[in-house]
Design a protein around this ligand. Sequence first.
Ligand code: CUA
Length: 372
Amino acid sequence: MKSLRTLLGTWVVALFAASCTFDGDRYPQSSVHPTSDFAEMIHGLYVDIFWWTLGILVVVWAVLAYILVRFRARPDQPIPKQIHGHMGLEIGWTVLPALIVVAITIPTIQAVFSTQTANLEESLVIDVIGHQYWWEFRYPDTGMVTANEVHIPVGQQVSFRLSSADVIHSFWVPMLGGKRDANPVRVRPEGLDPEYNWIHLTANETGTFWGQCAEFCGDSHSLMGFRVVVESPEEFDAWQAQLAEPVVAPEVAAAEGDSIATPVQVADVDPLVEEGRTIFHQQTCVACHAIQGTNAQGEIAPNLTLLGQRSSIAAGWLENTPENLERWITAPQDIKPGVLMPGVNVAGGNWPATNLTEDQVRAVAAYLYSLR
Ligand code: CUA
């Protein structure tokens, strides 16, 4: 009895403590802290079902407790009257649960359909493409591309069009919405458009929200994260403009007779950055990666435009610092098993190893970090 009391006490205290500290800053992947219309709807369903199940639990426990006390074994007590087949009870406990299931089903089906429909004319459409093990984001209206950190404006409906470049992934931002599969685009009979899964949502709070791949997709599935930056419409427009025109000036490169025709960071004359820039744009990096406004136009690896602005690298897995960039460039497989990016002296996927020295790696990291 004492241990039962302790257990119940601990449970109540834990529940109370949890309810006090479920804030998004401490638990960036909390699914009970909705910050979009989509997440609020799912959370509403969750709360409704919680109360229904709590009600059932209370009734069952109350009846159980009554029976345990009322019919407990006593020395001079005969066995109570035995009952078989009580028509009223039988009907009651068949019909009542059926009604509860209906009461839960109706709002659930309504939510399922309402989250699948949106007026795309009024929506900001963003293509989300899952890759092993990173996320690509394309804005079809402006042609802008980014990776692993998507920006959206607060208060505006956004429609994520989900697909995959390889296997099935699942797009999930616990505080904003999801999770829905990102499938390789299915080939359809002639005349029919490809089918996509969609997530339509309107974020109602600014901030940076954590996302996670939620479908097992290979060695580094658990390391396939991303960030959603929700900002004011003005900040969002400014970011889009900056993506379109990174802080570089091609005429400077031309004036210097730069044979590889890559723009120069005007604001940054750090020789280490300059060295890194030269290495990056002469090495095989440019075969896979793109940086807007330069000769790097590869499309099979994450787009690195404004990389220095991102809060994380390696698909949400490492904080974005020059030191972590060096670690990543040197040995990505040590951080993310199965990643296709080659490292220093280690091939990756079909790509040959890079043979950069430690100093060269530092220079490339400094260059990438300067892209802001
Ligand atoms: Cu992608 Cu799991």
